[in-house]
Design a protein around this ligand. Sequence first.
Ligand SMILES: Nc1ncnc2c1ncn2[C@@H]1O[C@H](COP(=O)(O)OP(=O)(O)OP(=O)(O)O)[C@@H](O)[C@H]1O
Length: 239
Amino acid sequence: MTTVLTAPRRPAATGAPALALREISKTYDGAHTVLDRVSLDVPGGAFIAVLGGRGSGKSTLVHCAAGLDDPTGGEVRIGDRRVNGLGEAKRTLLRQGRIGFVFQSFNLLPSLTVEENLAMPLRLAGAADDRDWLHHLAERTGVARLLRRRPGDLAPVFQQRAAVARAFASRPDLVVADEPTGALDAYEAAEVLDLVRSLVDEWAPGLLMVTGDPAAASRAHATFALEGARLRPVLTSAV
Ligand SMILES: Nc1ncnc2c1ncn2[C@@H]1O[C@H](COP(=O)(O)OP(=O)(O)OP(=O)(O)O)[C@@H](O)[C@H]1O
């Protein structure tokens, strides 16, 4: 008998979106405003892209959304928890349990195997090892035959597939992706984005991706442009 493993969702206690940004602002050095009263909801099951040029504030937005940095004004909520204002220890716990990350440069730990990299979020969150789940995740993301390899031995597209698997490993409520296709060619980028889209559709975390690439943004359910420190919706054809 084949067992079908799914990524069970935490019960949504409040029906709150996976991520809610409420009028957040960010000013560096008291003068350089990068985000100006930006509001955005990322519901569970939604893949939301924010498109912006170099220096438009994409990384700042992601860092504030994921509790890596504090906005200078406004509110960030992950599910039913307000993130800004939390102490560092609570914020770290929240990130480890509920947020997955995908970066442009993969950020896999080079001394660990792919399997150990995938297991890391569960370990950090204090969850029991779940080999069946991790192997299912590896199959689903196309890295099952690479589990014993180290990231440095893999082509970039497989490193990013492994990083995507790691981002979903702890069954997060929210995944944030900062230029996830920036180190890939167009063909590889399409492959990784199709994977991300299918995982969001299947497992229903909210996913916020920032990118400078309109082709990447076209894979999202909805796209916003970050320009002049403000966010505006971009009209796209249905995907
Ligand atoms: N810690 C910081 N202190 C001061 N200024 C900063 C800091 N971080 C970012 N900035 C400035 O804020 C602006 C937005 O930076 P950010 O990295 O968020 O943009 P980005 O859209 O991600 O850029 P890129 O596409 O080049 O990575 C830039 O002008 C940058 O120099």
